[in-house]
Design a protein around this ligand. Structure first.
Ligand code: PGA
Length: 258
């Protein structure tokens, strides 16, 4: 098994200019002294991407992600940002399919398939693809079928090789920003299911090499128990990534279990 663990901070629509740069400096100053075995990814709002990427460029284990991109390469789409534009800034990742994009911006599985294509076909970046079920689906016990459909409809048209540039984040919607984390065994059960789906579709090599992140109220107090699970390779952190010490504590919890 050859997975490099990864902890990503999704800042969402938070932090004004000075605070964004300050947070980046605090994180990178601490990251300098950490093991490079765990990859650290910062996903700030789009307007800060270029500067933040240059702030961390000397740290090989600290990478920068966009939170979204448009499905077209260019054109009359006022206010949008394309994958090749992000690529030209030398970013490493684009987060796609976050549940907030799905919910507030009506992004469905078919549209996300196009966005995945835009990144994989027209850039060198990797995708952090988010999936996860809402509470009512979990209460009906249908979460696995729901997440399976998200993967099938947005990712399964891609080749095995493409999965070298794919990270999958399982983020149960009921756990995002609610303080209610999935229990480690609940999260592990979904992650094992995802790895099995990947094995069935693309073979054991691909499935063993892909990083599967957990997201949803991950914080310093619960990170270690999540990372103790075999199939949880890291985290996509929202709220706790806005404080350097909390975020670094989560990274350290991951490092301890490498
Ligand atoms: P949260 O967000 O850690 O604040 O729950 C996670 C996410 O939305 O990626």
């Amino acid at each position: 098994m050859d997975r490099r663990y990864l902890v990503a901070g999704n800042w969402k629509m938070n932090k004004k200019l000075f605070d964004a740069f300050h947070l980046t400096s605090l994180i990178s100053r601490q990251a300098e002294h950490l093991s490079t075995d765990v990859e650290i990814v910062l996903a700030p709002p789009a307007i800060y991407l270029h500067t933040i990427n240059s702030m961390v460029k000397d740290l090989e284990h600290v990478r920068v992600a966009a939170q979204n991109c448009h499905q077209k390469n260019s054109g009359a789409y006022t206010g949008e940002i394309s994958a090749p534009m992000l690529d030209a800034m030398n970013l490493s990742y684009v987060i796609l399919g976050h549940s907030e994009r799905r919910q507030h911006f009506h992004e469905d599985n078919a549209l996300l398939a196009q966005k995945v294509d835009a990144v994989l076909d027209h850039t060198g970046m990797s995708v952090i693809f988010c999936c996860g079920e809402p509470l009512d689906v979990r209460e009906r016990g249908e979460e696995k079928a729901y997440v399976q459909a998200q993967l099938e409809e947005s990712l399964w048209h891609r080749s095995k090789e493409d999965f070298q540039r794919m990270v999958i984040a399982y983020e149960p919607i009921w756990a995002i920003g609610t303080g209610k984390t999935a229990a480690p065994d609940q999260a592990q059960s979904m992650h094992a299911f995802l790895r099995q789906l990947l094995t069935d579709r693309y073979g054991a090599d691909t499935a063993q090499n892909i990083r599967l992140l957990y997201g949803g109220s991950c914080k310093p107090s619960n990170a270690a128990s999540l990372f103790a699970q075999t199939d949880i390779d890291g985290a996509l952190v929202g709220g706790a990534s806005l404080q350097a010490d909390d975020f670094i504590a989560i990274v350290k919890a991951r490092i301890k279990r490498t």
